[in-house]
Design a protein around this ligand. Structure first.
Ligand code: IFM
Length: 470
């Protein structure tokens, strides 16, 4: 049998076996999604509204004017989506629970249909040999809580803990891991300071208070889940990047130091060192959050794992805007520089500065303007991106960083927040008109990577590309 053009292209580009042999056989390989980005059915089955449903209604905030109402129709198509994951030989799936689907108001009554959906989804994974990795909060706060102040209100911390306990009781014994929050920096800074994500506020004081409440809610949820007897590894997922100064000018270097403080140390220090970084607090002045006595002890409970989401480096510039085309680096469709060395740099720096728990790369991937032609999506650039970043993880491991897993973002093309459906991050192409899923060359390459491991576990390392093009 002859290989498809995709398989041929991938073989010529990057041999997955060369990558795979840099990792142990128990390394976790997975794919990731989030609820609002794929589920659809935002108004059915008893689900309540979320801040993202409301945000999408505001004119001009989503690039293509779209919303999450249909997305990838995953609520209807979850069984075939799990079949797809299994068909790619992927054994780990990171997904998030939609809080308003299981608790429409974010407090009070539970929605049995929503709970049953995730119950079936997790059973469906296990039946297919896929390990479930749960994220509790990937940005879709129930609107009812936002009406009461959302994450600016300390009350939301207690509501989040109730929600976490409910999910822990439902899924804890079947999950491979539970993460509290996905990318709290994005929730606080893009959602409350820059106003480009829900709930669309432009208020730095609000943003810092939100970040603090997210962290307290994380710690309290871990404590509650452990007290309830949940045994699976518990952690949090942070988006991080090395921050480079745009030039050697002292003002750019100082700016880079501050941005590193806001992005990396603002979250790592309270989680690992029991305090916010002094330089960022000084910079914030009266916009610093209100911190109650005992908060740092609550935040800093031990993590079983830390999830790191990495896409690109950040460039800091004191005045004006950085032009990403000026570096000469390849750019993705988001305009983000392809900079795999930044992942090694970030991981080794975290390893140097903190006593880290086991690390999982919980997201990494790239958007490209993929087209499906005659059933084939030859996304060679994404294959190269994934290969280079996985190699960067291997280099960090060689340097002593305890990275135990890698999740590609994303399984499917999906709703990319303020960019709507204009950016495609999937390793599987989605035709939104027909909801047809087509594995891209990158998915076949990732499948071959998994195959190498399975074959190695079986005692034989066989060649992954054993078919010749015609
Ligand atoms: O799509 C997002 C995801 O929801 C969170 N991390 C970054 C991805 C790409 O922008």
């Amino acid at each position: 049998m002859s290989a498809t053009p995709s398989e041929y292209l991938v073989r010529e580009a990057v041999d997955p076996e060369r990558v795979a042999k840099r990792f142990p056989s128990d390394f976790v390989w997975g794919v990731a999604t989030s609820a609002f980005q794929i589920e659809g059915t935002t108004a059915g089955d008893g689900r309540g509204p979320s801040i993202w449903d409301e945000f999408c209604e505001q004119p001009g905030v989503i690039l293509d004017g779209s919303n999450g109402r249909d997305a990838c129709q995953h609520v209807q198509r979850w069984e075939s989506d799990l079949d797809l994951i299994a068909s790619l030989g992927i054994n780990h799936y990171r997904f998030s629970i939609s809080w308003p689907r299981v608790q429409p108001e974010g407090q009070g009554a539970w929605n049995e249909a929503g709970l049953a959906f995730y119950d079936r989804l997790v059973d469906g994974m296990l039946a297919r040999g896929i390990q479930p990795h749960v994220t509790l909060y990937h940005w879709d706060l129930p609107s009812g809580l936002q009406a009461q102040g959302g994450w600016q209100s300390r009350e939301t911390v207690a509501h989040f803990v109730d929600y976490a306990r409910k999910i822990g009781a439902l899924l804890g014994d079947r999950s491979a891991s539970i993460a509290t929050h996905n990318e709290p920096w994005v929730v606080a800074t893009l959602g409350h300071q820059h106003g480009i994500f829900a709930p669309g506020l432009r208020d730095r004081r609000a943003a810092t208070q939100v970040s603090h409440h997210l962290l307290v809610s994380h710690g309290d949820a871990l404590t509650a889940l452990r007290a309830d007897g949940v045994r699976c590894p518990l952690g949090i997922v942070l988006n991080q990047a090395p921050v480079h100064a745009a030039t050697a000018l002292v003002e750019d270097r100082l700016r880079a130091q501050l941005e590193d403080g806001e992005l990396v140390r603002w979250y790592m220090d309270p989680l690992m060192k029991g305090a916010y970084p002094a330089d960022v607090l000084a910079h914030l002045g009266t916009d610093a959050p209100k911190i109650l006595s005992g908060d740092f002890a609550r935040i800093g409970v031990p993590l079983d794992f830390l999830g790191i989401n990495y896409y690109t480096r950040n460039i800091a510039i004191a005045s004006g805007r950085y032009d990403p085309t000026s570096s000469g680096l390849e750019l993705t469709d988001m305009g983000w520089e392809v900079f795999p060395a930044g992942l090694t740099e970030l991981l080794t720096r975290l390893h140097r500065d903190y006593q880290l728990p086991p690390i999982y790369i919980t997201e990494n991937g790239a958007a490209y303007p993929d087209e499906c032609v005659a059933g084939v999506v030859d996304d060679a650039a994404r294959v190269r991106y994934l290969d280079a970043h996985i190699q960067a993880v291997a280099t960090a491991r060689d340097a002593g960083v305890d990275v135990r897993g890698y999740f590609a973002w994303s399984l499917l093309d999906n709703f990319e927040w303020a960019h709507g459906y204009t950016k495609r991050f999937g390793i599987v192409h989605v035709d939104y008109a027909t909801q047809q899923r087509t594995p891209k060359a990158s998915a076949l390459w990732y499948r071959d990577l998994q195959r190498t491991f399975r074959d190695r576990k079986g005692g034989v390392v066989r060649r992954v590309h054993d078919r010749e093009p015609s």
